[in-house]
Ligand binder design. Structure first.
Ligand code: PLP
Length: 395
């Protein structure tokens, strides 16, 4: 028999995955081209050609025992050096290989970071709307989730609510900017205030509160926007990065944690992350993909493709009467439900539009549209969105 904890996790399920499965079912009935599946954040831009080239070169030229062998838990020294230098070039972080732990994507990195710092019963603050998997990651370490309520229509976190969520039991805060599901980038003012609150509270409780910055969408920003670099604001930051979206490699499971030397307990923290990588069963991040990162560090995905999708969808949906958060980054649009959420999701599905309810992100009354799909699919879906709007707004 399975554990009670797993039973609970399985009961809560994943609405995103469920909708994705539903998409496959509907595609069999109506034909793939007539189903508009906006459920999953699976990149539609292929990985850069240089990734394919790098994989071939690495496989051909690296000694097989080295390439396929065990290694240090934090990953190749050479890869970590390249990652650190790249961060220094862009952000002046003062990083070296010692500050980097290669991880199994952002999910692996977040689990490692939480394992390293959270005692059972300690609180981890998340800011709604947030990636629902955080609940499971926090449950994995028997932590307690504390949710800061959403702050529409800007979805910049409300600082009064944020301050209220912090107490003597708070061990960490997870932020995600550019944000899934809103596409919002937290501004400098928000981060300055957040940092001031965390410093004040750490002092008041004589505790260390880590800020875990989950950054898989850092490189996906539009209109010249840039996601601020969190260690510039708060020293006790743990950055969790991923190449799932920025190089379109979600199935390859590669990312890193970057921990600034000025973080409290730096050396012990890094060692704990290395050990957590081992004992969570990852042992180390995939060897081949680390070497791909090393070779392709300056590569970028074609953000302009997502931007085209964003502009087309935003213009159309707002014209049809929907209230949408204008995304500054990532590849999601958060749309206010004109009727009750589950009813709206069901009605959208009746037009073969597969959207994920905001409830999955701790923010009821919205839906998330993952527009990391082909431009053609968005174009083809617009008449269905129009019919949906006409029905709901009774035009
Ligand atoms: N964090 C956020 C906010 C995400 O949206 C995702 C994936 O969609 C992840 C983490 C997990 O990313 P990875 O594939 O790198 O594990």
């Amino acid at each position: 028999m399975i554990s009670e904890k797993m039973k609970e996790i399985m009961r809560s399920g994943s609405a995103i995955r469920a909708m994705f499965e539903e998409g496959k079912r509907l595609a069999q009935i109506y034909g793939k081209e007539n189903v508009y599946d906006f459920s999953l954040g699976n990149p539609s831009v292929p990985a850069p050609e240089s990734v394919k080239k790098a994989i071939k070169e690495i496989v051909d030229k690296t000694d097989s025992l080295t390439l396929h062998g065990y290694m240090t838990n934090n990953g190749y020294q050479s890869t970590r050096e390249v990652v650190a230098n790249n961060l220094n070039k862009r952000f002046n972080g003062g990083f070296s290989a010692e500050n980097i732990v290669m991880t199994v994507g952002a999910a692996g990195g977040l689990n490692v970071a939480l394992k390293a710092i959270v005692n059972a019963g300690e609180e981890v603050v998340v800011i709604a709307p947030y990636f629902g998997e955080y609940n499971n990651y926090i449950a994995n370490v028997d932590g307690k989730v504390t949710v800061v309520p959403p702050n529409p229509p800007t979805f910049q976190p409300n600082m009064t609510a944020f301050e209220k969520a912090i107490n003597k039991n708070t061990k960490a805060v997870i932020i995600n900017t550019p944000n899934n599901p809103t596409g919002v980038i937290y501004g400098e003012e928000t981060l300055r205030e957040m940092s001031a609150i965390l410093k004040r509270k750490s002092e008041e409780y004589s505790s260390v509160i880590y800020l875990i910055s989950d950054e898989p969408y850092r490189e996906l920003a539009y209109d010249g926007e840039k996601a601020p670099f969190i260690p510039d604001f708060y020293p006790n930051t743990i950055i969790g990065y991923s190449y799932s979206k920025s190089l379109s490699l979600p199935g390859e499971r590669i990312g890193y944690l970057a921990i600034p030397s000025k973080a409290d307990g730096f050396e012990e923290l890094v060692s704990a992350c290395n050990v957590a990588t081992r004992i969570l069963g990852f042992v180390n991040a995939p060897s081949l993909q680390q070497l791909v990162v090393e070779k392709c560090i300056d590569e970028k995905t074609d953000v302009s493709a997502y931007d085209r999708n964003r502009q087309l969808l935003y213009a159309a949906l707002t014209e049809y009467g929907f209230e949408c958060v204008r995304p500054q980054g990532a590849f999601y649009m958060f749309v206010k439900c004109p009727i009750e959420e589950s009813e709206f999701v069901a009605k959208a599905k009746s037009y073969n539009l597969l959207l994920v309810g905001g409830k999955s992100f701790g923010c009821e009354g919205y839906v998330r549209i993952a527009y990391c799909v082909s431009y053609d699919m968005i174009e083809a879906s617009l008449p269905s969105f129009k019919k949906l709007a006409d029905e709901i707004f009774k035009k």
